[in-house]
Design a protein around this ligand. Structure first.
Ligand SMILES: [Zn+2]
Length: 299
């Protein structure tokens, strides 16, 4: 790898990951400490990484602080780092992220009727193509809670195969496609029923990497099958939030009289980073930084 790297767009590296059969972790950052744990965890594993941000996190910190933190951290490591906007149905937020330096965005029109989702996704696609950033788009309904949207797990709707083909037809350069395949956001109650056959059928027909939402709590076997089936982007949000809170609280439980704040921040960082490195191993992306960046071919 060369020296420090600027932010990269996730599309090309997801294509390389899908072709080689590994998954790139996409963690939802919470604050600077969290972004640092994600990026430095990836650097420790020589792995490509996607730092993604939910709309409510942007509303809390602002666009510029987040873009500045992530770019600055990316410049200190030698692995490719992408900055991505997670589930967003607001075109204005998408535009502001692009202006602030995000390298990809997700338009989530999955709550809209199919034709409207397709039309609005294509509008955003034209915008992202013109701006040179990647786009993730979703169809079907992924179960669980994402920000203020709640989809009951038993009413989560699998993506329809024919609609998938129709949906992506006019978006050939989509960075990643998120069809609902039976996974859910949050912690699973009981075993998720993942529609592997549907996933494989979509992957065989569509030359676009697939996103696996609701990665928290899936087993190694489930990760392996999803990644082998075409999922190149694996989202982890719930476990990262859990480590953020528990990492901090564990320091207080261990040292009830501690008055120095930094050990709390460090305990929180260590807990988050451990999960990042564990997931990178689980997804098979350890040591893949140069491959994902497209630098293997140059040797
Ligand atoms: Zn999601």
């Amino acid at each position: 790898m060369g020296t420090d790297m600027a932010l990269v767009s996730m599309g090309p590296m997801l294509k390389r990951a899908q072709a080689a059969g590994y998954g790139i972790a996409a963690f939802n950052m919470i604050d600077y400490n969290s972004a640092r744990a994600i990026i430095e965890g990836a650097a420790a594993m020589k792995a490509p990484i996607i730092v993604q941000v939910s709309v409510k996190t942007i509303r809390h910190w602002g666009y510029k602080p987040i873009a500045t933190w992530v770019r600055m951290l990316a410049e200190t490591v030698e692995v490719p780092v992408a900055l991505h906007l997670d589930h967003c149905s607001d075109g204005d937020v998408i535009r502001r992220c692009i202006d602030a330096g995000w390298t990809s965005v997700m338009f989530d029109g999955s709550s809209l009727p199919f034709a409207e989702n397709k039309a609005r996704s294509e509008d955003i696609y034209r915008l992202t193509e013109a701006a040179g950033v990647g786009l993730e788009a979703e169809i079907g309904a992924i179960g669980g809670v994402e920000d203020d949207k709640f989809v009951a797990e038993d009413s989560a709707i699998l993506a329809d195969y024919d609609e998938c083909l129709e949906f992506v037809k006019n978006m050939p350069n989509l960075a990643v496609f998120a069809p609902a395949i039976g996974t859910a956001h949050g912690f699973y109650k009981g075993q998720p029923k993942i529609a592997y056959a549907l996933l494989e059928k979509i992957t065989a027909a569509v030359a676009i990497p697939i996103a696996l939402h609701g990665g928290t709590g899936l087993s190694q076997e489930q990760f392996d099958r999803c990644i082998a089936g075409g999922c190149a982007k694996v989202n982890i949000s719930t476990m990262h939030k859990h480590r953020f809170i528990e990492g901090f609280v564990a320091v207080r439980q261990d040292k009830p009289k501690l008055e120095e704040p930094l050990p709390f921040i460090i305990g929180q960082y260590d807990a988050m980073k451990k999960d990042v490195t564990d997931m990178i191993v689980a997804f098979g992306s350890a040591g893949k930084a140069a491959h994902a960046a497209g630098e293997d071919a140059e040797r």
